[in-house]
Design a protein around this ligand. Structure first.
Ligand code: AMP
Length: 501
């Protein structure tokens, strides 16, 4: 199949060629004809599948081939994070090249005025994060009377970030008669509810399930906490000049680790929620261009961000959920390129390793590097119970359990986990924690209704729970784990020609 078979506008065909795309990816082959017909669409696809072009190409084709009825924007694309919005905006500009179409991007953390000016000048396409767009709507800076197409990208991530109330307010300001395309990697009940409310007679396009890309090679490195940084430096030494994303659990660790890598002579930068929008942009641009070889990031960067040619993803800290693992490693092995995913695990992470393996329906190869083996007994001490796929998601990016949109249940939650507005007035109850509000998003990215948003404190998370004594096992003797995965590996296996297939 070729792009010619879609009969797209000549400018789009030229821009597709310029982008170097030869054949449509499966989601493009399936979705483009339906979107061109004007159908609503539910796209169940993970990132890295080419879903951005799957919705942009038919939308831009319509904009180029049918006249505008009003001066209002004709397409609105909502995305959960600034980085993803910026990325979709860049693709939009690339595909619009040589046409008279106009687009703008709207997100928080930067000045309102340039955005107001762009909106007043008139645009065909707006790519936006929900919070700032709602500000503009409330201030009357934009109207959507002539809107033809709405795209909700990474809807599950928007829900995870608590944006659902903002999205519903935005939906109320849009014409009921429109085309809606909803993309989501997973289908939790809230997203099927949203799909039921917003889509009319949709076609569903499902590209694979949320499984890691087949071009990614995985490795689990058992290691002691204090050996993680030296092991990372060792692996980076072997990675040569290839681009690497390193994921940490906390903002502080991302910052400190990036500084440590710089001190060791690496070109590293970090991307985490404490940075200003400008700093985030400098980090992303520098990493994309190759001025930084290493990006140390929290999960804020885990989804949607497309940096081609990321050769290695290192989970310096194991992610909080099996799904987050697939999102993180989705940064590598994109668009048919090979990638490697390295995950550092300590004894207490073994429950999550098992949850990831069960999610992926295969064991992950264990590797060890000489000189960085964990202390004997470390993996016998604390193996938490395996989590089922239905394990509640925790931490940044997790849906609020009994969550923020669910006020009536706030009373069930620990005091420190409730939004301030939902805490009883008066003194804090004895024993309640004052310091348990943690949110990786900058304030302006948080949904208005829920500021400040809270994550559970790490100490409240069930992953540190111990197994009942009779269920405790020594799960991670390296030899037995390697046998279990069917991968007997030499001890120095990283990047030395003996890597896992
Ligand atoms: P996405 O899933 O939209 O984030 O796209 C992932 C990556 O695939 C991006 O770098 C795109 O430029 C690239 N891509 C999208 N469609 C194609 C295609 N038909 N051929 C080659 N690369 C593509």
């Amino acid at each position: 199949m070729s792009f010619d078979s879609f009969c797209l506008h000549d400018s789009l065909i030229a821009n597709i060629k310029r982008a170097g795309y030869e054949t449509p990816t499966p989601i493009q082959a399936e979705a483009v004809p339906h979107v061109m017909e004007g159908r609503d669409l539910m796209g169940l696809a993970q990132t890295g599948t080419g879903k951005t072009a799957a919705f942009l190409l038919p939308i831009l084709h319509r904009l180029l081939t049918t006249p505008a009825r009003t001066r209002s924007p004709r397409t609105l694309i909502l995305a959960p994070t600034r980085e993803l919005a910026e990325q979709i905006f860049r693709s939009t500009l690339d595909f619009m090249r040589g046409t008279r179409l106009r687009a703008t991007v709207i997100y928080g953390g930067v000045g309102m005025f340039p955005q107001v000016r762009a909106l007043r000048q008139g645009v065909d396409v707006i790519v936006a994060c929900p919070g700032r767009l709602l500000d503009h709507l409330n201030q009357g800076n934009v109207r959507f009377d002539g809107l033809e197409t709405l795209v909700l990208d990474e809807a599950d991530h928007m829900f995870d970030m608590g944006f659902l109330p903002d999205i519903k307010r935005i939906l109320a300001a849009l014409p009921a008669k429109r085309q809606t395309l909803l993309f989501s990697a997973t289908m939790p009940p809230a997203i099927s509810g949203l799909a039921g409310e917003t889509l009319t007679d949709p076609v569903t396009v499902r590209i694979g399930h949320l499984a890691p890309l087949s071009t990614v090679e995985h490795a689990i490195y058992p290691v002691s906490h204090n050996q993680k940084a030296p092991l990372l430096l060792h692996l980076l030494g072997e990675a040569g000049k290839e681009s690497v994303i390193v994921f940490t659990r906390t903002k502080h660790r991302a910052k400190n680790l990036a500084q440590q890598l710089c001190r060791s002579g690496h070109k590293a930068t970090c991307l985490q929620g404490n940075l200003s929008q400008r700093q985030r942009q400098i980090a992303m641009d520098g990493f994309r261009r190759g001025s930084f070889q290493i990006l140390v990031a929290t999960d804020i960067a885990a989804r949607g961000i497309d940096v081609s040619q990321v050769a290695h993803v290192v989970n310096f800290d194991i992610p909080d959920t099996a799904e987050a693992y697939t999102h993180r490693i989705g940064r590598t092995g994109r668009a048919e390129r090979d990638g490697q995913a390295h995950t550092f695990v300590t004894g207490e992470d073994m429950g999550m390793v098992r949850a990831i393996e069960s999610h992926m329906k295969k064991p992950l190869p264990r590797r060890s590097v000489e000189g960085f083996e964990p202390e004997p007994g470390e993996f016998r001490r604390s193996a938490p119970a395996p989590r089922s796929a239905a394990r509640p998601r925790q931490g940044y990016g997790a849906p609020r359990q009994g969550g923020y949109g669910d006020r009536q249940r706030q009373g069930d939650r620990p005091y420190g986990d409730r939004p301030y507005g939902d805490r009883p007035r008066g003194p804090r109850p004895e024993g309640a924690r004052a310091d348990s509000v943690r949110d990786d998003r900058p304030r302006s990215d948080r949904p208005r209704s829920d500021r400040p948003a809270a994550d559970r404190p790490r100490s409240d998370r069930p992953r540190t729970e111990r197994q009942p004594a009779d269920d405790r096992r020594s799960t991670f003797g390296l030899g037995s784990a390697d046998n279990r995965s069917g991968n007997q590996r030499p001890r120095r296996a990283y990047n030395d020609g003996a890597s896992a297939a």
